[in-house]
Write a protein that binds this ligand. Structure first.
Ligand code: CAA
Length: 259
């Protein structure tokens, strides 16, 4: 597939694919074809099984400044509902590969929501997060009211979503939204390092872990505990469980097969 809005570098590190959002003139505004390309690329990478971890980034100035306002401005409720604008976001949510957002500059509106849809966030100290939709007469529509609230708590989510003001990388770190904040020259490198660390782990166990962790936001504690247990038991059918435990006992490095 010819990509217009993304630059994809497979195997930038062993098992790691880097995807760059590439609409720099409009601060990577997330138009529908960009989101389609992103979902289709992630689905392809998952199916091909060479990639174990994805790093998603923008450029130094912007991760993404939100959904494309020019594309949405003349929409009607009916046209929005018919188009199901956010269905493509559900496709990305279903991707089982771990995805790390490497964020520099603006991560606003849909850009903040896309970073939160990823599994981890590494931020440059220049990153600015926010859900400024209120300033254009709407509210977050791609998960902001839910994921930001779960990540930073109700009081802060209320403040930032109701005022539309931005918050810094350091604040995002202190509130648990991002994994680490690093100088701007290092954000991509740090994200790639983290990706490489995860890519060296047995991929099927990584997938089962991601699957169970995400359930913590959807299920009650008891249901979540049962869910985790099922994934734990399932891993005893895998080669990598046998190999991992045997290698530990034999005091040698395990040879993963990712199955
Ligand atoms: N959609 C479309 N175009 C956008 C855009 C967006 N979200 N954000 C920026 N752009 C475009 C601008 O229109 C401008 O294009 P032109 O050169 O053709 O005029 C170009 O990107 C550069 O932007 P600015 O000149 O505004 O740059 P700046 O440095 O002065 O300001 C900014 C940067 C503060 C991020 C400002 O661009 C801004 O406020 N952007 C909009 C942020 C926003 O409201 N995002 C939420 C969108 S709605 C949403 O995301 C809904 C949802 O939940 C999914």
């Amino acid at each position: 597939m010819e990509l217009q809005y993304l630059i994809v570098e497979e195997d930038i590190r062993p098992g790691v694919t880097l995807i760059r959002l590439n609409r720099p003139k409009v601060l990577n505004a997330l138009c529908t074809p960009l989101m389609e390309e992103l979902a289709t690329t992630l689905e392809r990478l998952e199916k091909e099984e060479r990639t174990k971890v994805v790093v998603l980034t923008g450029n130094e100035k912007a991760f993404a400044a939100g959904a494309d306002i020019k594309e949405m401005m003349d929409a009607t409720a009916v046209s929005m509902a018919k188009k199901e604008m956010f269905e493509v976001w559900d496709r990305i949510k279903r991707v089982k590969l771990p995805i790390i957002a490497a964020v520099s500059g603006y991560a606003l509106g849909g850009g903040c929501e896309l970073a939160m849809l990823c599994d981890m966030i590494v931020a440059s100290e220049t990153a600015q997060f926010g859900q400024p939709e209120i300033k254009i007469g709407v509210i977050p529509g791609a998960g902001g009211t839910q994921r930001l609230t779960r990540a930073i708590g109700k009081a802060r989510a209320m403040e930032f979503i109701l005022t539309g003001k931005f918050f810094s990388a350091q604040q995002a770190y202190e509130w648990g939204l991002v994994n680490k904040v690093v100088p701007k020259e290092l954000y991509l490198e740090e994200a790639l390092k983290l990706a490489q660390e995860i890519a060296a782990m047995p991929a099927f166990a990584v997938r089962m872990a991601k699957d169970a962790i995400l359930k913590a936001h959807e299920l009650s504690l008891q249901e979540g505990l049962y869910y985790e247990r099922k994934n734990f038991y399932l891993l005893f059918a895998s080669h990598d469980q046998k190999e991992g435990m045997k290698a530990f006992v034999e005091k040698r490095k395990p040879q993963w097969k990712d199955e």
